[in-house]
Design a binder for this molecule. Sequence first.
Ligand SMILES: Nc1ncnc2c1ncn2[C@@H]1O[C@H](COP(=O)(O)OP(=O)(O)O)[C@@H](O)[C@H]1O
Ligand SMILES: [Mg+2]
Length: 116
Amino acid sequence: MDTSNLASTLVHRGAEADVSLTTIGPWKVVVKRRVRKAYRNPTLDEQIRHDRTISEASRLHEAKTAGVGVPSIVGVDVENNAIALTKLGSFFDPSANKLGSCTLGALFTGISQLQT
Ligand SMILES: Nc1ncnc2c1ncn2[C@@H]1O[C@H](COP(=O)(O)OP(=O)(O)O)[C@@H](O)[C@H]1O
Ligand SMILES: [Mg+2]
């Protein structure tokens, strides 16, 4: 998936990743993006961010299949070293917190964004 064009709000800046909140269709989604570190060799930096992104997604998947209550993976953006996750605590946007207010159009918009 491509997370680069999603309008998002930064909620946490960690040692290696920025965590932002966004919406994809009716869903509230957390995007964790590993950002460039200027002090690292650029080639090595890209490799580290790529490897850690894939590794975190794999570990999250393993934890999920083992029954741990980790977020679900919505998508992995390999190009931008980002993982999109369900937001812990509130899967649906609170403003659309009932299935009744989640329109079919919003669902299709969300699904098409996930597939690109
Ligand atoms: N799926 C999520 N749902 C809700 N909050 C999240 C989610 N992922 C990350 N966060 C928030 O962002 C913070 C940093 O995320 P984390 O994955 O722990 O990054 P780091 O690897 O930098 O520690 C978490 O402590 C939490 O507050
Ligand atoms: Mg942490």
